[in-house]
Ligand binder design. Structure first.
Ligand code: AMP
Ligand code: MG
Length: 337
């Protein structure tokens, strides 16, 4: 059950104007409408003839049966798993990429800057059955899984448990849900010390300095709720490097054109023809599985882009018209005092 991550308000941010919308009420149209490599003018002019060719190919793909799609994908040595819409999208992306790179090779494309790495984060937090509305979640697991977007592989991971300070005793429900035992959190460090090591880990990999990277989460809550609350409880400032991220649910919904009700972790995996690997609600295993979805989306031609951010304690949407920006270089957390 992961709806708990979605029941929040998001503010749309576009050229300074802000409008409050229900995060889970609709498929946000702002992502994935921009092509990966644009052979035409940067401000959305699709008059270049290559777009006519792409549109014709898309029309043809739309008329193909499931067997025809599978046959074609196999002939192109592409993945044949997933439901019909996923296969369609994969084939369309393949042709689009091919046509745009031909066009680029002919010299009429500007280069596109993109992330070298995507860092998946999936916090686990203290909880109770049905979480009372005044319940203060504290982070108890900080995992990260690093994806190299060039080699399309998971290349590294980090995991530390965290000792909760406000409610040091885990509920039986929480232990059962996450598999995180009382002993693991008793022996762990408190959040500021763990965050310090997270920063060091990111710095050692030169993320945000030598390499462009973006954080990726499953839903908005990891940053806008769990991290936000934890920083307040720990009396440290919300870290700059976590102020924008890719919400994969939004990217997935927009890319494969499915409603937000079909973007739960288990549903995304199932529709892609993948099986959950490991233990659900283990932060590291969740991160790996979210990473597998991200990899599949990249392979299918999706340009995962930052689509949410925090500003003055508020969750905002980043429109796809915004330039592709990565996460900031990590720095040690500053005290609020
Ligand atoms: P997840 O990434 O889905 O494992 O969820 C992250 C955190 O949300 C968990 O560590 C819990 O604190 C909370 N959570 C997830 N599912 C539930 C649930 N069914 N009931 C209460 N809290 C939950
Ligand atoms: Mg999780």
């Amino acid at each position: 059950m992961d709806e708990h991550k979605e029941n929040i308000l998001v503010k749309m941010s576009n050229t300074g104007e802000e409008e409050t919308v229900k995060a889970c009420s609709r498929v946000c149209p702002e992502v994935e409408s921009v092509p990966q490599v644009s052979p035409s003018q940067p401000n959305g002019d699709y008059s270049h003839p290559v777009y006519k060719e792409i549109s014709l190919a898309n029309g043809h793909i739309n008329r193909m049966s499931k067997d025809e799609l599978r046959f074609k994908l196999a002939a192109l040595q592409l993945d044949t798993r997933g439901v019909k819409d996923v296969m369609k999208k994969r084939l369309k992306s393949h042709y689009k990429k091919q046509k745009l790179s031909q066009s680029a090779a002919e010299g009429d494309s500007p280069t596109d800057t993109y992330y070298d790495y995507i860092c998946v984060v999936d916090f686990e937090a203290t909880c109770e059955e049905d979480n009372p509305s005044d319940f203060h979640h504290e982070i108890i697991e900080f995992p990260m899984v690093l994806i190299n977007t060039h080699t399309l592989e998971i290349v590294d991971s980090f995991q530390e448990y965290v000792k909760p300070e406000l409610n040091p005793q885990l509920s039986d429900f929480c232990v059962k849900l996450t598999g995180i035992t009382q002993k693991l959190v008793d022996e762990a460090d408190t959040f500021p010390a763990v965050l310090q090591r997270v920063v060091t880990w990111l710095q050692e990999r030169e993320l945000g300095t030598k390499y462009k990277y973006a954080i990726l989460t499953d839903g908005a809550w990891d940053m806008s709720k769990f991290l936000n609350i934890q920083c307040k409880l720990s009396r440290i400032r919300y870290p700059q490097f976590a102020k924008k991220w890719i919400n994969i649910r939004k990217s997935y919904g927009n890319f494969y054109k499915v409603p937000r009700t079909q973007t739960k972790l288990s549903t995304m995996l199932e529709k892609l023809g993948l099986k959950y690997e490991g233990r659900p609600h283990s932060g590291l295993d969740d991160s790996r599985n979210i990473g597998r979805i991200a990899l599949r989306m990249l392979q299918d031609g999706c340009q995962l882009r930052v689509n949410e951010r925090m500003h003055a304690g508020q969750l905002l949407t980043v429109p796809s018209s915004a330039p592709v920006e990565g996460s900031a270089a990590p720095h040690p957390p500053r005290s609020r005092d």
